[in-house]
Ligand binder design. Structure first.
Ligand code: FES
Length: 143
């Protein structure tokens, strides 16, 4: 399967790329099997809205395109809305990924959850109460 035009567009011109200097929360996740890593920076305001978001992905084209799409999908949303984002939403928005590359979209979702976990910790709340699968965020991503 070829990459869709959407994947190529987000790979060639990723949105929201780079570190956010005024981030209030950061999450990073790596896939030990392929060695790829994604870091997500979020600026979350008092109303729990993700005002701005940035990312750095050291990895394959599908992981870069997925991170770019993920940041577009959650920018301006609340953290609870962002937590509803699933890998499938990213893959669908990218008009599909080749089957062997679907796992690459997992990095972006997990990195966002980790950033949001940091946000809850800062508020003195237990991230596990808000984030589904919180305990498994550091588990290996399947390749
Ligand atoms: Fe590692 Fe795509 S091959 S995230």
């Amino acid at each position: 399967m070829e990459y869709s035009e959407k994947v190529m567009e987000h790979f060639n011109e990723p949105r929201n790329i780079g570190e956010l200097k005024d981030a209030t929360a950061v999450g990073e996740v790596g896939n030990p099997k392929c060695g790829d890593k994604t870091r997500i920076y979020m600026r979350i305001n008092e109303d729990e809205v993700i005002e701005d978001i940035g990312f750095k992905t050291f990895g394959c084209g599908a992981a870069i395109a997925s991170s770019s799409m993920a940041t577009e999908l959650v920018k301006g949303k609340t953290v609870s809305e962002a937590l509803k984002l699933k890998e499938k939403d990213i893959v669908d928005s990218l008009e599909g990924l080749p089957p062997q590359k679907v796992h690459c979209s997992v990095l972006a979702v997990k990195a966002m959850k980790k950033a949001i976990a940091e946000h809850y910790r800062q508020k003195g709340e237990d991230p596990a109460e808000h984030i589904e699968g919180y305990d498994k965020l550091d588990e290996e991503t399947e390749v």
